[in-house]
Design a protein around this ligand. Structure first.
Ligand code: UDP
Ligand code: MG
Length: 318
């Protein structure tokens, strides 16, 4: 029987040697104030190439509440979150970035909301994107707009992965054992009752963002493919539209032939039409390919992550 509430703090870390000690200091300050709760730090080293793992080890030496898992290579933040939640022993878990962009100060409030019993999870979103390149914000906004139009899941603009959830929510998430993981969509898919808190964007304390524009672009495509099949219908729509256009052209050409004779001058227009249709076809095949590749990866049933090193005892029951 659990006498005291226990919160597992899941922290995915990829090359966070500078941020992690600062994060640890800040979060312990907050946690020390929450007297009626027990804590567990679940640090996930996502195949860092710097000294992140040594930092984790030294934290674990000084604090018995720190457990770490180190991946054999970089598997991505989503895999790290999954690994963390899977090994979490708390009846609550919170996901936090190591760079202090998720303000630890919100945690007591989040806990209180869950404690009151009405909600299963408390999520956060930033209402500003201060300090972010304008072009990145612009595309991020477009992405949320498209996702909300094309998918069943509802994504909040500016939603962070910073979220405190109860055991029921965690278990539901863990049941989604898919290989292509898009957390923001999964959170929304399992839904339950979620309360949203808002905060102003905070800059990274140290180090650099791991997300290049290209990486973000690929990530957004993955999210779309994972939660919507709408792009697949695009091929049919494009087909119908070009059939109608072709029919209209045919009528025009026949009428022109009957009324004005046929001066045969059409090389440019034919080439344009061929290129245009070829383009549409390749585009649609590309969409099919996206889905097919996801199916391919899922059917392989490869593990989502591989742990190379950890201080979790194997007999530990989760
Ligand atoms: N991260 C990770 N694996 C990756 C990329 C990022 O575990 O492949 C972690 C990173 O260490 C950080 C969090 O995910 O704790 C968010 O990353 P970042 O701050 O670079 O993203 P941003 O806040 O700029 O969106
Ligand atoms: Mg960050």
């Amino acid at each position: 029987m659990i006498l005291m509430d226990r919160i597992t703090v899941v922290v995915p870390c990829y090359n966070e040697q500078e941020s992690l000690p600062i994060f640890y200091k800040e979060i312990t300050k907050v946690l020390n104030k929450m007297k009626d709760v027990e804590f567990e730090f679940m640090l996930i080293d996502d195949g860092s190439s710097d000294t992140t793992l040594s930092v984790m080890k030294s934290l674990a030496e000084h604090d018995c509440h720190v457990v770490y898992q180190s991946f054999s290579r970089n598997f991505g933040k989503e895999a790290a979150i999954y690994a963390g939640l899977k090994a979490a022993t708390g009846n609550y878990a919170v996901i936090m970035d190591a760079d202090l962009q998720d303000p630890p100060g919100l945690l007591p409030e989040m806990y209180q909301i869950l404690k009151d019993g009405e909600y299963n999870s408390v999520a956060t979103r930033r209402i500003t994107r201060k300090g972010e390149p304008a072009i990145r914000s612009f595309f991020a906004r477009r992405f949320y707009f498209i996702m909300n139009k094309l998918t069943q899941v509802e994504l909040m603009d500016g939603a962070r992965d910073y979220r405190l959830m109860d055991r029921q929510f965690i278990n539901a998430l863990l049941e989604l054992g898919e290989y292509n993981r898009f957390s923001k969509g999964m959170f929304s898919w399992v839904r339950f009752k979620t309360k949203w808190l808002e905060f102003e964007n905070v800059q990274r304390v140290a180090g650099e963002t791991k997300w290049s524009f290209w990486k973000l672009f690929k990530y957004s495509l993955e999210g779309l493919v994972a939660f919507s099949t709408a792009p697949l219908s695009l091929a049919s729509i494009a087909g119908i539209v070009s059939c109608i256009a072709a029919f209209l052209f045919m009528v025009i050409i026949i009428l022109r032939r009957l009324l004005f004779g046929d001066p045969v001058a059409g090389w440019a227009s034919i080439v344009t039409i061929i290129l245009f249709l070829g383009g549409i076809q390749l585009f649609c095949i590309g969409i099919l390919g996206q889905y097919l590749s996801k199916v391919y990866l899922e059917t392989k049933k490869r593990p989502i992550y591989i742990v190379a090193e950890t201080n979790i005892k194997s007999e530990r029951k989760v």
